[in-house]
Design a protein around this ligand. Structure first.
Ligand code: SAM
Length: 195
């Protein structure tokens, strides 16, 4: 379905907390399940869960083992989770993909806030290289991590509020942000009728 091979990574370090301090966030199993299913639906080649803490990665690996065993018989989840890779650092992901692809992936970071120099989301589709799309957790990626990306994508936003609306709310979960972005990049617009 996706017109170009792409990868997604969910990072847990280095993230910001509500005060702006650098933290490591906890793995959320909902993110693992939901983002894996979204990534599989839009034919993302692999979905990386990146966490520096051993017991946190062990939780992810245990879930993956369950769904490749008995669980796989009862649900389509096993197929989606089969594309999940659990790794320690972003560098490990970049090294692995560089070896697999024969070139470094092109890294696109996401943020709820418009970063200086951010590019339109769909510019990813025409950029050179194989996209690796980074998603953050907690209160988002630190500036140092965002600076490692080749590009930061413009945030997902609702239409700007009109004169009668006070809507300034933009607090999507990372699961929702991932689904919206992949649909904007790779989704069928749903404009054609079945007849
Ligand atoms: N205030 C944080 C920020 O500026 O990114 C929100 C963190 S959000 C709970 C966790 C992650 O979800 C973000 O790091 C980003 O990857 C993604 N995300 C959330 N809202 C987004 C949006 N409106 N546009 C793009 N990505 C978003």
């Amino acid at each position: 379905m996706s017109p170009r091979k792409s990868y997604v990574a969910l990072l847990h370090y280095p993230m910001s907390d509500r005060t702006g301090a650098e933290v490591t966030t906890a793995l959320t199993t909902l993110d693992l399940h939901d983002m894996a299913r979204t990534c599989r639906t839009y034919d993302i080649a692999a979905f990386y869960i990146v966490h520096p803490i051993d017991p946190q990665r062990a939780i992810a690996e245990r879930i993956l083992r369950h769904w490749e065993g008995d669980g796989a018989r009862h649900d389509y989840r096993g197929e989606a989770l089969g594309r999940v890779r659990v790794r320690v650092t972003l560098d490990a992901v970049i090294d692995e993909l560089s070896a697999e692809l024969g070139e470094r992936p092109r890294i696109f970071a996401t943020s709820a806030k418009a970063a200086p120099g951010c590019i339109p989301q769909r510019a990813l589709l025409t950029a050179a290289g194989t996209p690796l799309i980074l998603f953050g957790t907690g209160f988002g990626m630190t500036d140092a991590l965002l600076a490692r990306a080749d590009h930061v994508l413009a945030p997902i936003e609702a239409p700007k509020p009109g004169p009668e609306s006070e809507n300034g709310y933009n607090h999507l979960s990372v699961r929702s942000a991932c689904a919206i972005l992949l649909d904007r990049l790779y989704g069928d617009r749903g404009d054609s009728s079945a007849s």
